[in-house]
Write a protein that binds this ligand. Structure first.
Ligand code: PCA
Length: 206
């Protein structure tokens, strides 16, 4: 049995619920494909999220890493293709407002996801869930965490597949927020289970 580190995020900005939080909490300890899932909810804080992630990687020693985030306004599941070496954006939950900052001074400008994102998108569509590859994870916390995971794998020369999946709002959040497209929690969760199964199969371990 392999170990998958699965991360989500706490609520942030005007989003009082983060659907990724419930999903990772419910999947913690579950077995999907040949992965036992270890979940962690990360803070929306530029100074802490990456550090927390790296601590978890050192503690859990996962064979693979998938991070999840909310992209309110998107209407499909969107595995991300690329993470860039930039911190920039609105205030995080601790009041840090960063502009044009590099994440890792010695890091590459960008890293490509090492998850089987094309296979994930194809399988999601086969099981009836709209999906497409996204070519930008933005410059906020989701990009930050994706970059940190891939930078770790690169600099530690580990073969840990690593990457990020953005998801639309849940109905729960849309009811509170107002005008954003939303999915049921069950479909969002089924989508994430599907992606984990694809990863397991691609690596020939299911
Ligand atoms: N989404 C934000 C940060 C936390 C989250 O769930 C993002 O897309 O950067």
């Amino acid at each position: 049995m392999k170990t998958l580190l699965l991360t989500g995020f706490e609520p942030f900005l005007s989003y009082t619920i983060n659907p990724t939080m419930r999903i990772v909490e419910e999947l913690h300890g579950q077995v999907v494909g040949n992965y036992k899932i270890h979940s962690e909810v990360l803070p929306v804080d530029f100074r802490k999220a990456g550090e927390n992630l790296l601590e978890q990687i050192d503690k859990v020693k996962p064979d693979a890493l998938i991070s999840l985030g909310l992209a309110a306004g998107r209407y499909k599941l969107t595995p991300e293709r690329i993470a860039i070496n930039v911190n920039d954006g609105e205030s995080d939950n601790s009041g840090n407002v960063l502009e044009d900052e590099v994440i890792q001074a010695e890091g590459q400008d960008a890293y490509m996801s090492t998850l089987p994102i094309r296979d994930m998108v194809n399988r999601l569509k086969e099981v009836g869930l709209p999906a497409e590859i996204s070519n930008t994870a933005g410059t906020y916390l989701c990009n930050h965490v994706m970059y940190q995971g891939l930078h770790y794998a690169k600099t530690h020369q580990t073969h840990m597949p690593s990457g990020f999946i953005h998801m639309p709002a849940s109905h729960e959040l849309a009811l509170q927020h107002g005008r954003i497209p939303s999915w049921s929690h069950d479909d969002l969760k089924r989508g994430m289970i599907t992606c984990i199964k694809v990863l397991s199969k691609t690596l020939g371990i299911s």
